[in-house]
Ligand binder design. Structure first.
Ligand code: EPS
Length: 388
Protein backbone atom coordinates (compact mmCIF):
# COMPACT_ATOMS: atom_id res chain seq x y z
CA UNK A 1 0.00 0.00 0.00
CA UNK A 2 0.97 3.61 -0.33
CA UNK A 3 -0.41 6.62 1.44
CA UNK A 4 0.06 10.27 0.69
CA UNK A 5 -1.24 13.09 2.85
CA UNK A 6 -1.73 16.74 1.91
CA UNK A 7 -2.88 19.86 3.69
CA UNK A 8 -1.80 22.61 6.06
CA UNK A 9 -2.66 23.12 9.72
CA UNK A 10 -4.85 26.20 9.03
CA UNK A 11 -5.76 25.34 5.44
CA UNK A 12 -9.23 24.14 4.41
CA UNK A 13 -8.67 20.44 5.06
CA UNK A 14 -6.32 17.50 5.42
CA UNK A 15 -6.45 14.84 2.72
CA UNK A 16 -5.09 11.30 2.44
CA UNK A 17 -5.12 8.91 -0.47
CA UNK A 18 -4.45 5.25 0.29
CA UNK A 19 -3.58 3.02 -2.61
CA UNK A 20 -3.84 -0.76 -2.33
CA UNK A 21 -6.69 -1.32 0.14
CA UNK A 22 -8.36 -4.61 -0.87
CA UNK A 23 -11.95 -4.42 -2.14
CA UNK A 24 -14.79 -5.51 0.14
CA UNK A 25 -13.56 -4.00 3.42
CA UNK A 26 -16.60 -2.75 5.34
CA UNK A 27 -15.97 0.63 6.97
CA UNK A 28 -18.17 2.88 9.07
CA UNK A 29 -17.63 6.59 9.69
CA UNK A 30 -18.35 5.93 13.38
CA UNK A 31 -15.22 3.82 13.85
CA UNK A 32 -12.98 6.39 12.17
CA UNK A 33 -14.59 9.30 14.02
CA UNK A 34 -14.09 7.57 17.35
CA UNK A 35 -10.36 7.35 16.65
CA UNK A 36 -10.31 11.01 15.58
CA UNK A 37 -12.09 12.01 18.75
CA UNK A 38 -9.64 10.05 20.95
CA UNK A 39 -6.75 11.87 19.30
CA UNK A 40 -8.28 15.21 20.23
CA UNK A 41 -8.59 14.31 23.90
CA UNK A 42 -5.98 14.09 26.60
CA UNK A 43 -4.93 16.42 29.35
CA UNK A 44 -2.57 19.19 28.28
CA UNK A 45 -4.07 20.18 24.93
CA UNK A 46 -4.35 23.86 24.05
CA UNK A 47 -7.03 26.16 22.61
CA UNK A 48 -7.05 24.72 19.09
CA UNK A 49 -8.77 21.54 20.20
CA UNK A 50 -11.77 23.52 21.39
CA UNK A 51 -12.18 24.79 17.81
CA UNK A 52 -11.86 21.46 16.00
CA UNK A 53 -14.30 18.51 16.02
CA UNK A 54 -12.60 16.14 13.63
CA UNK A 55 -14.88 14.08 11.39
CA UNK A 56 -13.91 12.02 8.39
CA UNK A 57 -15.35 12.35 4.91
CA UNK A 58 -14.64 9.74 2.28
CA UNK A 59 -14.49 11.16 -1.22
CA UNK A 60 -13.31 8.20 -3.27
CA UNK A 61 -12.98 4.42 -3.23
CA UNK A 62 -15.98 3.55 -1.04
CA UNK A 63 -19.55 2.63 -1.96
CA UNK A 64 -22.28 1.60 0.48
CA UNK A 65 -19.62 1.21 3.16
CA UNK A 66 -17.38 -1.17 1.20
CA UNK A 67 -14.03 -0.41 -0.39
CA UNK A 68 -14.02 -0.73 -4.16
CA UNK A 69 -10.34 -1.61 -4.60
CA UNK A 70 -9.36 1.76 -6.03
CA UNK A 71 -7.60 4.55 -4.11
CA UNK A 72 -9.42 5.41 -0.91
CA UNK A 73 -9.56 9.19 -0.42
CA UNK A 74 -10.16 10.60 3.05
CA UNK A 75 -10.71 14.17 4.19
CA UNK A 76 -10.72 15.85 7.60
CA UNK A 77 -11.83 19.49 7.49
CA UNK A 78 -10.12 22.20 9.56
CA UNK A 79 -12.79 24.22 11.35
CA UNK A 80 -10.17 26.87 12.15
CA UNK A 81 -9.89 27.52 8.39
CA UNK A 82 -12.69 30.07 8.57
CA UNK A 83 -10.37 32.27 10.69
CA UNK A 84 -7.46 31.88 8.25
CA UNK A 85 -9.07 32.06 4.79
CA UNK A 86 -7.11 35.13 3.68
CA UNK A 87 -3.82 34.24 5.33
CA UNK A 88 -3.86 30.67 4.02
CA UNK A 89 -5.54 31.33 0.67
CA UNK A 90 -4.27 29.10 -2.16
CA UNK A 91 -4.78 32.06 -4.53
CA UNK A 92 -2.84 35.28 -4.91
CA UNK A 93 -5.50 37.53 -3.39
CA UNK A 94 -5.42 41.24 -3.95
CA UNK A 95 -6.05 43.60 -1.02
CA UNK A 96 -4.58 41.16 1.48
CA UNK A 97 -1.60 42.10 3.59
CA UNK A 98 0.56 39.02 3.09
CA UNK A 99 2.94 40.01 5.84
CA UNK A 100 0.11 40.04 8.42
CA UNK A 101 0.83 36.65 9.98
CA UNK A 102 4.29 36.16 8.47
CA UNK A 103 6.75 34.32 10.69
CA UNK A 104 10.41 35.33 10.61
CA UNK A 105 11.39 34.09 14.05
CA UNK A 106 12.13 30.36 14.04
CA UNK A 107 11.34 28.29 17.13
CA UNK A 108 14.19 26.16 18.44
CA UNK A 109 13.23 22.49 18.16
CA UNK A 110 10.77 23.06 15.30
CA UNK A 111 11.23 22.57 11.54
CA UNK A 112 10.95 26.37 11.02
CA UNK A 113 14.57 27.38 10.41
CA UNK A 114 15.94 24.41 8.47
CA UNK A 115 12.72 24.09 6.47
CA UNK A 116 13.02 27.76 5.44
CA UNK A 117 16.65 27.34 4.42
CA UNK A 118 15.88 24.20 2.43
CA UNK A 119 12.81 25.44 0.50
CA UNK A 120 13.95 29.11 0.22
CA UNK A 121 10.92 30.38 2.14
CA UNK A 122 11.22 33.80 3.75
CA UNK A 123 7.88 33.43 5.56
CA UNK A 124 8.34 30.55 7.96
CA UNK A 125 4.58 30.06 8.10
CA UNK A 126 5.11 28.07 4.89
CA UNK A 127 7.03 25.55 6.96
CA UNK A 128 5.11 25.47 10.20
CA UNK A 129 1.78 24.99 8.48
CA UNK A 130 2.87 21.68 6.99
CA UNK A 131 5.25 20.48 9.69
CA UNK A 132 2.50 21.00 12.29
CA UNK A 133 1.22 17.92 14.09
CA UNK A 134 -2.22 18.81 12.77
CA UNK A 135 -1.32 16.44 9.91
CA UNK A 136 -1.60 13.54 12.36
CA UNK A 137 -5.41 13.90 12.28
CA UNK A 138 -5.53 12.45 8.78
CA UNK A 139 -2.95 9.79 9.66
CA UNK A 140 -5.24 8.68 12.47
CA UNK A 141 -8.14 8.44 9.99
CA UNK A 142 -5.92 6.23 7.79
CA UNK A 143 -4.87 4.18 10.82
CA UNK A 144 -8.51 3.64 11.82
CA UNK A 145 -9.19 2.08 8.40
CA UNK A 146 -6.15 -0.14 8.89
CA UNK A 147 -7.32 -1.19 12.35
CA UNK A 148 -10.66 -2.23 10.82
CA UNK A 149 -8.76 -4.27 8.22
CA UNK A 150 -6.53 -5.91 10.85
CA UNK A 151 -9.52 -6.74 13.07
CA UNK A 152 -10.94 -8.72 10.15
CA UNK A 153 -7.76 -10.81 10.40
CA UNK A 154 -8.16 -11.14 14.22
CA UNK A 155 -5.24 -8.77 14.87
CA UNK A 156 -5.88 -6.24 17.64
CA UNK A 157 -3.97 -3.14 18.76
CA UNK A 158 -3.97 -0.91 21.83
CA UNK A 159 -1.83 2.02 22.90
CA UNK A 160 -1.13 3.74 26.19
CA UNK A 161 1.11 6.35 27.75
CA UNK A 162 3.96 4.96 29.84
CA UNK A 163 5.84 8.16 30.72
CA UNK A 164 5.15 11.90 30.80
CA UNK A 165 8.02 14.21 31.64
CA UNK A 166 9.84 11.45 33.53
CA UNK A 167 6.77 10.28 35.50
CA UNK A 168 6.63 6.63 34.53
CA UNK A 169 4.50 3.56 35.20
CA UNK A 170 6.20 0.56 36.82
CA UNK A 171 5.77 -2.15 34.24
CA UNK A 172 6.94 -5.56 35.34
CA UNK A 173 4.39 -7.85 33.75
CA UNK A 174 2.63 -7.97 30.41
CA UNK A 175 -0.63 -6.02 30.34
CA UNK A 176 -3.05 -7.41 27.75
CA UNK A 177 -4.85 -5.30 25.16
CA UNK A 178 -8.16 -5.91 26.90
CA UNK A 179 -6.73 -4.65 30.23
CA UNK A 180 -5.11 -1.63 28.58
CA UNK A 181 -8.39 -0.61 26.96
CA UNK A 182 -10.31 -0.95 30.22
CA UNK A 183 -7.73 0.81 32.38
CA UNK A 184 -7.03 3.80 30.12
CA UNK A 185 -10.72 4.57 29.69
CA UNK A 186 -10.70 6.32 33.10
CA UNK A 187 -7.43 8.19 32.59
CA UNK A 188 -7.16 11.70 31.12
CA UNK A 189 -3.60 10.88 30.09
CA UNK A 190 -4.27 7.37 28.67
CA UNK A 191 -2.25 5.76 31.45
CA UNK A 192 -3.08 2.32 32.91
CA UNK A 193 -2.17 3.26 36.51
CA UNK A 194 -4.49 5.71 38.39
CA UNK A 195 -1.73 6.86 40.77
CA UNK A 196 0.72 7.55 37.94
CA UNK A 197 -2.05 9.30 35.95
CA UNK A 198 -2.42 11.80 38.79
CA UNK A 199 1.31 12.45 38.91
CA UNK A 200 1.41 12.88 35.13
CA UNK A 201 -1.37 15.48 35.35
CA UNK A 202 0.62 17.30 38.06
CA UNK A 203 3.67 17.29 35.78
CA UNK A 204 1.63 18.79 32.93
CA UNK A 205 0.25 21.43 35.31
CA UNK A 206 3.80 22.40 36.28
CA UNK A 207 4.71 22.74 32.61
CA UNK A 208 1.63 24.90 31.94
CA UNK A 209 2.33 27.10 34.95
CA UNK A 210 5.93 27.64 33.86
CA UNK A 211 4.98 28.36 30.22
CA UNK A 212 6.75 25.14 29.32
CA UNK A 213 5.99 21.82 27.61
CA UNK A 214 6.62 18.13 28.42
CA UNK A 215 7.20 15.06 26.28
CA UNK A 216 6.81 11.40 27.07
CA UNK A 217 6.83 7.78 25.98
CA UNK A 218 3.94 5.87 24.40
CA UNK A 219 3.59 2.14 23.90
CA UNK A 220 1.69 0.20 21.25
CA UNK A 221 0.80 -3.48 21.76
CA UNK A 222 -0.32 -5.77 18.96
CA UNK A 223 -1.86 -9.16 19.67
CA UNK A 224 -2.29 -12.16 17.39
CA UNK A 225 0.05 -11.05 14.61
CA UNK A 226 0.97 -14.23 12.73
CA UNK A 227 4.67 -15.16 12.72
CA UNK A 228 6.83 -14.57 9.67
CA UNK A 229 5.42 -11.19 8.55
CA UNK A 230 8.22 -8.95 7.33
CA UNK A 231 11.52 -10.24 6.03
CA UNK A 232 15.04 -11.13 6.99
CA UNK A 233 16.19 -11.27 3.36
CA UNK A 234 15.39 -7.68 2.31
CA UNK A 235 16.54 -4.82 4.48
CA UNK A 236 13.71 -2.57 3.31
CA UNK A 237 11.00 -5.11 4.18
CA UNK A 238 12.14 -5.75 7.74
CA UNK A 239 9.06 -5.26 9.88
CA UNK A 240 10.95 -3.68 12.78
CA UNK A 241 12.68 -1.31 10.33
CA UNK A 242 9.35 -0.25 8.84
CA UNK A 243 7.80 0.23 12.28
CA UNK A 244 10.81 2.27 13.41
CA UNK A 245 10.50 4.57 10.41
CA UNK A 246 6.77 4.97 10.98
CA UNK A 247 7.14 5.83 14.68
CA UNK A 248 9.96 8.32 14.16
CA UNK A 249 7.98 9.90 11.30
CA UNK A 250 5.43 11.17 13.83
CA UNK A 251 5.93 14.87 14.50
CA UNK A 252 8.16 15.42 17.59
CA UNK A 253 9.15 11.72 17.93
CA UNK A 254 12.85 11.19 18.54
CA UNK A 255 13.29 7.49 19.18
CA UNK A 256 11.81 4.03 19.09
CA UNK A 257 12.36 0.72 20.85
CA UNK A 258 10.91 -2.78 20.75
CA UNK A 259 10.26 -5.04 23.73
CA UNK A 260 12.83 -4.25 26.37
CA UNK A 261 14.52 -1.90 23.94
CA UNK A 262 17.67 -0.15 25.09
CA UNK A 263 17.56 -1.98 28.44
CA UNK A 264 18.75 -5.18 26.78
CA UNK A 265 22.24 -3.76 26.95
CA UNK A 266 22.24 -4.46 30.70
CA UNK A 267 21.65 -8.19 30.23
CA UNK A 268 23.71 -11.17 29.12
CA UNK A 269 22.55 -13.05 26.03
CA UNK A 270 21.38 -15.92 28.22
CA UNK A 271 19.00 -13.53 30.02
CA UNK A 272 17.51 -11.85 26.99
CA UNK A 273 16.89 -14.28 24.12
CA UNK A 274 13.34 -15.60 24.22
CA UNK A 275 13.55 -19.35 24.73
CA UNK A 276 11.49 -21.60 22.50
CA UNK A 277 8.97 -24.30 23.40
CA UNK A 278 6.51 -26.36 21.43
CA UNK A 279 3.06 -27.74 22.10
CA UNK A 280 0.62 -29.36 19.73
CA UNK A 281 -2.13 -26.77 20.16
CA UNK A 282 -0.21 -23.55 19.48
CA UNK A 283 2.85 -24.92 17.70
CA UNK A 284 6.08 -23.04 18.45
CA UNK A 285 6.01 -20.37 21.14
CA UNK A 286 8.20 -18.55 23.71
CA UNK A 287 8.50 -18.46 27.48
CA UNK A 288 9.27 -14.72 27.45
CA UNK A 289 8.88 -11.74 25.10
CA UNK A 290 11.97 -9.61 25.70
CA UNK A 291 12.22 -8.76 21.99
CA UNK A 292 8.66 -7.47 21.67
CA UNK A 293 7.46 -10.02 19.12
CA UNK A 294 10.11 -9.26 16.52
CA UNK A 295 13.09 -11.37 15.51
CA UNK A 296 15.19 -11.14 12.34
CA UNK A 297 13.02 -8.38 10.87
CA UNK A 298 9.88 -10.55 11.18
CA UNK A 299 7.01 -10.98 13.60
CA UNK A 300 7.55 -14.13 15.68
CA UNK A 301 3.97 -14.68 16.85
CA UNK A 302 4.40 -13.07 20.28
CA UNK A 303 2.67 -9.74 21.04
CA UNK A 304 4.44 -6.89 19.26
CA UNK A 305 5.55 -4.18 21.68
CA UNK A 306 6.70 -0.85 20.23
CA UNK A 307 7.54 2.29 22.18
CA UNK A 308 8.24 5.78 20.90
CA UNK A 309 9.60 8.84 22.68
CA UNK A 310 8.15 12.27 22.00
CA UNK A 311 10.11 15.40 22.77
CA UNK A 312 8.46 18.36 24.52
CA UNK A 313 6.55 20.47 21.96
CA UNK A 314 8.76 23.33 20.66
CA UNK A 315 6.09 26.06 20.76
CA UNK A 316 6.70 27.60 24.18
CA UNK A 317 5.35 30.49 26.21
CA UNK A 318 8.75 30.54 27.92
CA UNK A 319 11.24 32.59 25.91
CA UNK A 320 14.05 30.70 24.17
CA UNK A 321 16.88 32.33 22.27
CA UNK A 322 16.75 32.45 18.48
CA UNK A 323 17.52 34.81 15.57
CA UNK A 324 15.17 36.71 13.25
CA UNK A 325 15.81 35.48 9.67
CA UNK A 326 15.36 38.98 8.17
CA UNK A 327 17.10 41.32 10.63
CA UNK A 328 19.53 38.64 11.91
CA UNK A 329 18.96 40.07 15.36
CA UNK A 330 18.81 37.85 18.38
CA UNK A 331 15.41 37.75 20.08
CA UNK A 332 13.54 35.84 22.67
CA UNK A 333 10.59 33.89 21.32
CA UNK A 334 7.17 35.51 21.41
CA UNK A 335 4.09 33.83 22.89
CA UNK A 336 2.25 31.37 20.61
CA UNK A 337 -0.85 29.26 21.20
CA UNK A 338 0.36 25.79 22.04
CA UNK A 339 -0.32 22.44 23.69
CA UNK A 340 1.61 21.93 26.96
CA UNK A 341 1.53 18.18 26.36
CA UNK A 342 0.21 16.09 23.48
CA UNK A 343 1.57 12.71 24.60
CA UNK A 344 -1.90 11.10 25.15
CA UNK A 345 -2.84 12.11 21.58
CA UNK A 346 0.50 10.75 20.40
CA UNK A 347 -0.40 7.29 21.73
CA UNK A 348 -3.36 7.20 19.31
CA UNK A 349 -1.15 8.42 16.47
CA UNK A 350 1.50 5.78 17.24
CA UNK A 351 -1.18 3.07 17.15
CA UNK A 352 -2.38 4.42 13.80
CA UNK A 353 1.02 4.38 12.11
CA UNK A 354 1.76 0.91 13.50
CA UNK A 355 -1.60 -0.32 12.14
CA UNK A 356 -0.70 1.02 8.71
CA UNK A 357 2.70 -0.68 8.65
CA UNK A 358 1.29 -4.03 9.79
CA UNK A 359 -1.52 -3.96 7.25
CA UNK A 360 0.94 -2.92 4.57
CA UNK A 361 3.35 -5.76 5.42
CA UNK A 362 0.51 -8.30 5.35
CA UNK A 363 -0.79 -7.07 2.01
CA UNK A 364 2.73 -6.98 0.59
CA UNK A 365 3.21 -10.59 1.67
CA UNK A 366 -0.16 -12.02 0.59
CA UNK A 367 -1.16 -9.50 -2.09
CA UNK A 368 -4.92 -10.00 -2.22
CA UNK A 369 -7.40 -7.81 -4.12
CA UNK A 370 -10.41 -8.80 -2.03
CA UNK A 371 -10.81 -8.87 1.74
CA UNK A 372 -12.46 -12.32 1.84
CA UNK A 373 -9.57 -13.82 -0.11
CA UNK A 374 -7.10 -12.12 2.23
CA UNK A 375 -8.97 -13.55 5.24
CA UNK A 376 -8.85 -17.06 3.74
CA UNK A 377 -5.16 -16.80 2.86
CA UNK A 378 -4.21 -15.50 6.31
CA UNK A 379 -6.29 -18.22 8.05
CA UNK A 380 -4.57 -20.87 5.91
CA UNK A 381 -1.16 -19.34 6.64
CA UNK A 382 -1.87 -19.37 10.40
CA UNK A 383 -2.75 -23.06 10.13
CA UNK A 384 0.47 -23.76 8.25
CA UNK A 385 2.46 -21.92 10.93
CA UNK A 386 0.76 -23.93 13.69
CA UNK A 387 1.61 -27.20 11.97
CA UNK A 388 5.22 -26.35 11.15
C1 EPS B 1 0.69 22.63 16.48
C2 EPS B 1 0.19 23.77 17.12
C3 EPS B 1 -1.18 23.86 17.65
C4 EPS B 1 -1.68 22.45 17.95
C5 EPS B 1 -1.54 21.65 16.67
C6 EPS B 1 -0.10 21.39 16.39
O1 EPS B 1 -2.08 24.37 16.70
P1 EPS B 1 -2.34 25.94 16.53
O2 EPS B 1 -1.10 26.49 15.93
O3 EPS B 1 -3.53 26.05 15.61
O4 EPS B 1 -2.63 26.47 17.91
O5 EPS B 1 -3.00 22.48 18.43
O6 EPS B 1 -2.21 20.44 16.76
C7 EPS B 1 -3.38 20.32 16.11
C8 EPS B 1 -4.00 21.31 15.48
C9 EPS B 1 -3.96 18.97 16.17
O7 EPS B 1 -5.01 18.72 15.55
O8 EPS B 1 -3.32 18.10 16.80
C10 EPS B 1 2.03 22.60 15.89
O9 EPS B 1 2.62 23.66 15.71
O10 EPS B 1 2.56 21.51 15.57
Amino acid sequence: MRVLTAGESHGPQLTAIIEGVPAGLYITAKEINEALSSRQKGYGRGGRMTIETDQVEIVGGLRYGRTLGGPLALVVKNRDWKNWQDIMSPWDLENVDKSKRAVTRPRPGHADLVGGMKYRHRDLRNILERSSARETAIRVAVGAVMEILLRQLDIELAAHVVNIGGVSIQQNTYVSIQEIRERISDSVVACICPETSKKMVEKIDIAKREGDTVGGIVEVIVENMPPGIGSYVHYDRKLDGKLAQAIVSIQAFKGVEFGEGFQIVEKFGSQIHDEIYYNHEVGFSRYTNHYGGLEGGMSNGQPIIVRGVMKPIPTLYKPLRSVDIDTKEAFEATVERSDACAVPAASIIAKSVVAFELADAIIEQFGCDHMDRLKDVVAQYREEMRNY
